[in-house]
Each structure stands twice: as C-alpha cells, then as structure tokens.
Ligand binder design. Structure first.
Ligand code: HGY
Ligand code: MN
Ligand code: MN
Length: 418
C-alpha cells in the first residue's frame, strides 16, 4: 500500500475516532435526528469537507452536503455518502465510515493533482437508523423529495412530531423538500459501509460489493388489556397485555426460524403502568421484519398478522398496528457495481458479491439514481454495538478501492462525454 494510502487510512481512523465521541448520551455513542450531537457532528464533518476543498451546506432536513465542482458546469454529479446518525450505544463505523472515507479519498486525489470531470457530492444523511421516530431514512427521503406528510405526524418519546422538530430546526417554518437533483443530472450513488455481518470475515476478504439490499417492514404494535391487582386477580380472569405480547414475540421468532432468509426482531418495548404488582394494561413494541425476497417477507407478515389476531382473540386483548416503514428489496446497479468490482479486483485481487440484510440509504437513493455499495469487513460481523470494528488495514483497502473507482469512473466519463 502506498504511503499516501497508509497516511490516508490513518487520517480516516483518527476522524472516525473523533466523530465517535460526539454523543447525546455520555458514556455511550448515540446520535439521533437533529439532536445537539448530530449538529456537532455536522460541524466537525463539515470542517473535514472544507479542508478537502468541498463547498459545504446543510439542507432543511439536516443532511450535511459537501460538493466538489468539476471545471465543466454542465457535468453530471456522482453522489457518495452514508448517514451520520447512530443507533443507541452504537459503534463508530456504521454510517460515518461512508461519509468520511469519500472525503479522505477526494483529498487524496487532490494531493495527487487528479481533477475529476464530474461533480461530486458527499452526503452525511441526518437520519437513517430510525431511532428517534421509529421511522428510518428521514434524511435520504428528504434529499430525494420523498418525505411523506404522514411521516411528519410521527412523534418521539417526548411527544414531539417530526414536523415540529423540522420547524424548530428551520427557524419556525418547514415545507416538504423537493428532490435535490433530477435523475438525469446524476451518475449514481455509491455508499461504503461496514458489512455488519460475518461473510467477508469468513471469506478472509477486506471488501466486497453488494448485489441487493433486503426489503424491510417496521411496525409499532400496541396491545391493550386490563390493568389489575397482581395478588387478587385470578389467572383465568386476566387480560394481561404483557403476557399476550410475550406470547406474540415468541411466536414471531418461531415463524422467522422456520423461514430461511427471514429475520424478525422486536427491539424496543414499553409496558404500562409498569409496576411489579400490577397486571400490565398496555404494551407498545416495535417489530422489524426483513427478507431479500419481497414475496417471502409479505407472506411472513401475513402469518405474523394471523398470529396476532389469534392471541388477541384468546386473551381478550385489542391490538393496533402502526406501520412506520416499508421498503421493498433493492437491486444495486449492475453497471456501477461492475465498475466498483473492477476496482476491488485491482486492489484486492478478487471480489465477492453479497446481499445486504441491513437497510441502507441506498434503498431510498435508488428511487433517484442507480446505486452501488462497497462493504468493508467488520470484526465478528458485529454492529449496532460499541465493539464494532474495522481494521486500519481494511480501511486502507477500501480507500484504495474508492480512489481507483473514482479514477476509473472519470476515464469512463471522459470517454463518453469527451
Ligand atoms: O437497521 C438497519 O438495517 C440499518 O442499520 N439502519
Ligand atoms: Mn445501522
Ligand atoms: Mn448504517
């Protein structure tokens, strides 16, 4: 690896480390939509973008956008990026890697005197994980003009709606944004992301390319029974919301275990009134269901719906479903991916194509332009955890792939556009 590459990788590692300290929750890494830590992250990464020669702005949905203009004002634009928000108690790579790596790669090309014939925008999306409002992709939906009025009504734990949060962020008024670009102006969107799975590690590869991103459905379920005295209410007379939810959650897991390729998760649950000696009257929990094949995901959702109806009937509970997210599986662009694959082969000798079980901003960006993703090996496939880790050596490989990809795309572009 050339010395610039190693220095560049070391610079990337130090930027990731520094960004990894910007949190809303002391003692662990948590950055959520429009939070103070997110705004500090935008300032820090914005400074890195400026240092690399990019013009920096923040849009009305809180996305950080760094633009590097080509000498040709009529040139198309290549989009690179990922998200700057995190899950709760997160690792420092999921998201930020895909924002910081392109910045370092562009700075590296600048040091080498390489000027790209197309414009480049590096995007730091303001909300991909869906932690604060249980609805993911608010940033990329804003950037692509796909933020829906219904999304503005979603409320966080403090009862603040998306719309109110955006009004406050924009000095009192907010209107749904239009797409940041027209489809014809774009070359595509490329996202670098840790794999968040075990495949690259098992294959002893530093990087791989993504063929498709699994579809996902997310819900908020509310079970309502009847609170009562834990000591005096006979078991046969109870309408215990928590017992019903627990039976449902175990049933969902059994359905997922039976269907290959299906994953289903209940990650957050609240009980009310929430006292040791009170039978729970209401439970609210999330449900996240994913599969690479939309038909299989939908048939799993039917089975899960039937299970809920059966449990609610037998236990005399009511249940309400609120769908907070629905994304079909997305195939990555064959041509952009082939270009990326070529660079992987140049740097790593061989490539590997894999499906992403995790969702990514590429799902939403695919509605505006062709997408491609580069996956980077992460230790034990661990993510959404503070021990998430990608080695400097693998980051150097990913950086070399990105710079080779940009140069290769520049050659293709010049051949095509003169
Ligand atoms: O949940 C996901 O798949 C991603 O990490 N947002
Ligand atoms: Mn994530
Ligand atoms: Mn991510």
């Amino acid at each position: 690896m050339s010395s610039i590459k190693t220095n560049a990788a070391q610079l990337l590692v130090s930027m990731l480390d520094e960004l990894g300290h910007l949190t809303d929750e002391p003692g662990r890494l948590t950055r959520t939509f429009l939070s103070p830590a997110m705004q500090r992250a935008n300032r820090l990464v914005g400074d890195c973008m400026r240092a690399a020669g990019l013009q920096v702005r923040v849009d009305s949905v809180g996305n950080l956008i760094g633009r590097l203009e080509s000498p040709d004002p009529k040139a198309k634009t290549l989009l690179l990026g990922s998200h700057l928000d995190t899950v709760r108690d997160a690792g420092r790579f999921d998201g930020p890697l895909g924002v910081l790596l392109p910045i370092v790669a562009l700075a590296d090309l600048k040091v080498r005197g390489v000027e790209l014939p197309f414009h480049v925008e590096v995007l730091g999306f303001s909300e991909e994980e869906g932690v604060r409002f249980a609805s993911a992709y608010l940033g990329s939906e804003g950037y692509t003009g796909r933020l829906k009025p219904a999304t503005l009504a979603l409320r966080d734990a403090a009862g603040i709606s998306v719309g109110e949060a955006l009004e406050e962020f924009n000095g009192g008024k907010f209107s749904l944004p239009k797409p940041a670009h027209q489809r014809g102006d774009l070359l595509g969107y490329v996202e670098v992301h840790i794999e968040q799975g075990p495949v690259l590690e098992a294959k002893k590869l530093a990087v791989g390319v993504v063929s498709a991103i699994a579809g996902q459905s997310r819900f908020k379920l509310t079970w309502t029974g009847k609170a009562g005295h834990a000591g005096t209410t006979p078991m046969a007379l109870r309408r215990d919301a928590l017992a019903g939810a627990a039976e449902f959650i175990a049933g969902v897991e059994a359905i997922a275990r039976r269907m290959p390729g299906l994953v289903a998760t209940v990650g957050a649950l609240t009980v009310s009134p929430g006292a040791a000696n009170v039978i729970s009257g209401a439970v609210v929990h999330t449900l996240d269901v994913r599969h690479a094949d939309d038909r299989r995901r939908r048939s799993a959702l039917m089975a899960i719906g039937r299970l809920a109806t059966q449990i609610a009937g037998r236990r005399k509970l009511t249940r309400a479903w609120q769908r907070t997210q629905e994304n079909g599986a997305v195939a990555c662009s064959p041509s952009l991916t082939a270009r990326l694959e070529q660079s992987v082969k140049v740097v790593q000798g061989k490539s590997l194509s894999l499906v992403s079980g995790a969702g990514h901003d590429g799902v939403v960006m695919s509605t505006l332009t062709p997408v491609a993703m580069l996956f980077v090996r992460c230790r034990d496939g661990l993510s959404h955890h503070p021990d998430e880790y990608a080695s400097p050596k693998d980051l150097a490989v990913a950086l070399a792939v990105m710079t080779d990809f940009l140069r290769g795309l520049a050659t293709d572009y010049t051949d095509e556009h003169g």
